[in-house]
Design a binder for this molecule. Structure first.
Ligand SMILES: Cc1cc2nc3c(=O)[nH]c(=O)nc-3n(C[C@H](O)[C@H](O)[C@H](O)COP(=O)(O)OP(=O)(O)OC[C@H]3O[C@@H](n4cnc5c(N)ncnc54)[C@H](O)[C@@H]3O)c2cc1C
Length: 247
C-alpha cells in the first residue's frame, strides 16, 4: 500500500499488536480501509501505548489473548474467525467471533533477508533476539567474508535510526579497508557512531537487541578460537589483511 499506492481491500483483520501492526492499522484507516480488529495472542499489547491509543480512539478493538482460528472465503477472503486463548495458548471453544473482512494482515514479526550473504558464504547464525538467521559480524560491521559489510535489518531487526547509524559504521569501515580514511579520523568517527548506537539502544527494546548482539559476539569469538580466518574470494587483492572474525 505504501509503495504502490494500492488499497489491499476494504476491511482488514490485523494479527499482532506490535508497533508494526498498530502503525499499519493506523495507515490503513488513513487510506479509508476499515480495520475490524487487531488480535494479539499475548496478554498485553506489544507496541507503544502512543500507537495503540491512536487506533483505540478511532474505535478499533485490540483483542489481547486472542488469535485467528480460520479465514474463509471462496475466491478470496470473505471473513475470519477469531477466538480467545487460554493460559496454554489453546483456543477456547465458544469464544469464536466471526469478523467480515477481505484482508488478513500478518504483523507477527520481521525476518532478516540474508540470502545474498548465504550466497556470498558469510557465516550465519540463528539468533532469535535479532530476528532469525543473521551474519556473524565484528565491531566494524564486516562479516566473516572479507570485504562484505552489513548494516540495518539484515544484521538484526531494529529501527530506521539504528539502521542508518550502523550503515555509517559499515561505510566508514569499508572506506578504511580501502585505505581512504586516516587513522585519527577513523577512530574519532568510529567512537562517535558507536556512542550514537549505544544511545539508540539504551531503551527497553534495545536490551533485547544488545543481548542478541552479545550472543552473536560470543559466536564470533568462538570462530576466532577455532582459528578460522576471514575468507576471501580467490584472487582477492583487497588491502585488508586476513584476520579472524572480530580481531
Ligand atoms: C511497516 C513498518 C513500519 C515501520 N515503522 C518504523 C518507524 O516508524 N520507525 C522506525 O525507526 N522504523 C520503522 N520500521 C523499521 C524500519 O523500516 C527498518 O528498520 C529500516 O527500514 C531498516 O533499513 P534497511 O535499510 O536495513 O532495510 P529496508 O529499509 O527494508 O531496505 C532494504 C532494501 O533492500 C532491497 N532489497 C532486498 N533484497 C534485495 C536484493 N537481493 N537486491 C536488491 N535489493 C534488495 C529491498 O527492496 C529494500 O528496498 C518499520 C518497518 C515496517 C515493516
Amino acid at each position: 500500500m505504501n509503495v504502490h499506492g494500492v488499497r489491499p481491500g476494504d476491511s482488514v483483520l490485523m494479527i499482532g499488536s506490535g508497533n508494526i501492526g498498530l502503525i499499519v492499522s493506523y495507515q490503513l484507516l488513513q487510506a479509508g480501509v476499515r480495520v475490524a480488529a487487531v488480535v494479539e495472542a499475548m496478554p498485553t499489547i506489544g507496541g507503544y501505548a502512543v500507537h495503540a491509543s491512536k487506533i483505540r480512539r478511532l474505535g478499533i478493538p485490540i483483542m489481547t489473548r486472542h488469535t485467528i482460528k480460520e479465514a474463509y472465503g471462496k475466491e478470496q477472503v470473505e471473513g475470519a474467525i477469531v477466538w480467545e486463548l487460554d493460559d496454554n495458548w489453546t483456543g477456547i471453544p465458544g469464544t469464536e467471533k466471526d469478523l467480515k473482512v477481505d484482508v488478513v494482515c500478518l504483523a507477527t514479526g520481521l525476518t532478516p533477508l540474508g540470502e545474498l550473504l548465504w550466497q556470498a558464504g558469510a557465516e550465519m547464525a540463528y539468533i532469535p533476539e535479532l530476528g532469525g538467521f543473521v551474519p556473524l559480524y565484528d565491531e566494524s560491521m564486516e562479516t566473516t567474508k572479507k570485504g562484505v559489510f552489513v548494516a540495518g535489518d539484515v544484521a538484526g531487526i531494529e529501527e530506521a535510526s539504528t539502521a542508518m547509524a550502523a550503515g555509517r559504521m559499515a561505510g566508514l569501515s569499508a572506506a578504511r579497508s580501502l585505505g581512504k580514511v586516516p587513522d585519527a579520523d577513523y577512530a574519532r568517527l568510529r567512537d562517535e557512531i558507536a556512542g550514537e548506537l549505544e544511545g539508540l539502544r539504551s531503551g527497553p527494546a534495545g536490551a533485547k537487541i544488545l543481548s542478541g548482539i552479545a550472543k552473536m559476539r560470543a559466536m564470533v569469538r568462538s570462530v576466532e578460537t577455532r582459528g578460522l580466518a576471514k575468507t576471501s574470494d580467490p584472487g582477492d587483492t583487497g588491502s585488508k589483511s586476513e584476520k579472524a572474525v572480530g580481531a
